[in-house]
Design a protein around this ligand. Structure first.
Ligand SMILES: *Cc1c(COP(=O)(O)O)cnc(C)c1O
Length: 476
């Protein structure tokens, strides 16, 4: 790092910026994985061959990989040691019971069904609870969640607060459910056609924005009046609990684990992509309080995932996951994790680069509409921005805009979301502050040349979850 740069962009240490002494990661590095930056011609070839879709790049062509925080965390020495204790019995593995106990202890639900990852659990709960013609209200859609709800015959209805769709709003809980929107839906379609509310904390597609404790309490009360269940996408609830501790009256001295457990107590069950909060490379679970729902799901799991005591995971994976749950909920870990994301966001904000505010729990989201006001949304500005970042510096990000939103199943038209974003997702315990500095400079370089950039046209479009596999070519 040159003297010059640190003067310019880091006038203060990270701690000083937040009005206190600096903190550092509550761990040290024991093993490293070499990475390197491919040359400019190689990067140009790689992105062309990938059809301008960062999901189709080879990881060896990537320098700093901020595609996702899913399954990309660094495990601790304790988790690696846990791998050696895998009980690979087909049925009744001891590691399953460790996992079950960890979920019951920290999340408070009664019954646990293991799945290979989050979407496996989404599949089970959607099939068990949704009848064709039902409506599933939720605080903004998530790609796989909504698709499983639709495949089960349901229609997703967005009931998040309006502020969530405004990248500049500084509302502290932009993940909140708008209870008036939910009430209006209940009146329109009838409570009997709403099996459950699909609540997520934090809300990935809104920029990693949290839901407040007051909101989940009020949601519970409203749903109780109509006999509607509340199921939680708990994938990033540890990060959500951190924001409650930081921002909500009365929780400043409550540990993250206690906040999480209280939050879950207002819901009927949860599904989990353990590849996120839980610091493992693969895994997931579904947990519910209702015995009938459990019975249905634990029967479906043997059809789609594996026996109800492994659900697609090896015994060793379940052990690493059980340990990961305890580490994920330590206050020092979660504070470090969220503050690293915020550090990157603050660097970009200081340069007036348009990002979603406030910075969320797992990622910094670039506002592609403001980067490229001259590129219409049907020419995929966020898709192009992600490609430009890779071209500039080998940093891999992901589109969260019109490509991710897909097509309306009724009309077949593109869904045009208000948010046209690129997500710089920070894996947990993987990159250092210097990697964040390099990333910020890459974004700045792309921002400085934004006027020359043109849009893309889609030349291949798969039927489901098109953002993973679609291919593009530059226009002109
Ligand atoms: C990743 C994710 C899922 C899906 O989980 P997978 O483990 O990728 O199958 C569901 N909901 C949210 C909020 C997610 O971030």
């Amino acid at each position: 790092m040159s003297e010059d740069r640190s003067q310019q962009h880091k006038p203060q240490t990270m701690g000083q910026q937040y009005g206190r002494r600096s903190w550092a990661e509550p761990w040290k590095i024991k093993m490293v994985e070499p990475i390197s930056l491919a040359g400019p011609e190689e990067r140009a070839r790689a992105i062309r061959e990938a059809g301008y879709n960062t999901f189709l790049l080879r990881s060896e062509d990537v320098y700093i990989d901020l595609l996702t925080d899913s399954g990309t965390s660094a495990m601790s020495d304790r988790q690696w040691a846990g791998l050696m204790l895998g009980d690979e019995a087909y049925a009744g593995s001891r590691n399953f019971y460790h996992l079950e106990e960890a979920v019951q202890t920290y999340y408070g639900y009664r019954y646990v069904v293991p799945t290979h990852q989050g979407r496996g659990a989404e599949h089970l709960i959607s099939r068990a609870l949704i009848e064709p013609g039902d409506f599933i209200p939720g605080n903004m859609y998530f790609t796989t969640t909504r698709l499983h709800q639709e495949l089960a015959g349901g229609t997703f209805v967005d009931v998040i607060v309006d502020e969530a769709h405004d990248p500049a709003s500084l509302h502290p809980f932009k993940g909140n459910v708008d209870l008036n929107k939910l009430q209006a839906l209940i009146e329109r379609v009838g409570a009997e056609h709403i099996p459950y509310v699909s609540l997520a904390g934090t809300v990935n597609m809104a920029g990693g924005q949290p839901v407040s404790m007051a909101n989940v309490k009020a949601l519970r009360a409203l749903c109780d009046r109509y006999g509607i269940k509340v199921y939680l996408d708990a994938t990033r609830m540890a990060e959500n609990a951190f924001f409650i501790q930081e921002r909500e009256e009365g929780y400043q001295n409550t540990p993250i684990a206690a906040i999480l457990k209280e939050f879950c107590s207002y819901t009927d069950g949860a599904w989990m992509s353990a590849k996120k909060d839980h610091l493992v490379n693969i895994g997931g679970w579904l947990a519910v309080n209702d015995h009938d729902v459990f019975e249905q799901c634990s029967n479906l799991v043997v059809v789609y995932e594996g026996l109800h005591t492994y659900g697609g995971m090896a015994g060793r994976d379940m052990e690493a996951l059980a340990i990961g749950i305890t580490e994920a909920l330590e206050d020092a870990h979660i504070r470090t994790r969220v503050n690293q994301v915020r550090y990157l966001g603050d660097l970009l904000s200081a340069w007036d680069i348009p990002i979603v505010q406030p910075v969320g729990g797992h990622a910094v989201f670039l506002n592609a509409k403001l980067f490229y006001p001259h590129i219409p949304q049907n020419q995929f500005p966020a898709q192009m921005l992600a490609a430009q970042l890779y071209l500039d510096s080998g940093v891999r990000a992901m589109e969260r805009g019109v490509v991710s939103a897909g097509r309306d199943p009724e009309t077949g038209e593109h869904r045009y979301p208000a948010l046209e974003l690129v997500r710089l997702t920070i894996p947990r315990r993987v990159y250092t502050q210097a990697h964040m500095d390099v990333t910020a400079e890459a974004v700045k370089a792309v921002f400085d040349t934004r006027e020359q950039t043109r849009g893309l046209k889609m030349v291949f479009e798969p039927k489901y979850l098109r953002f993973f596999q679609a291919r593009f070519e530059p226009i002109g």
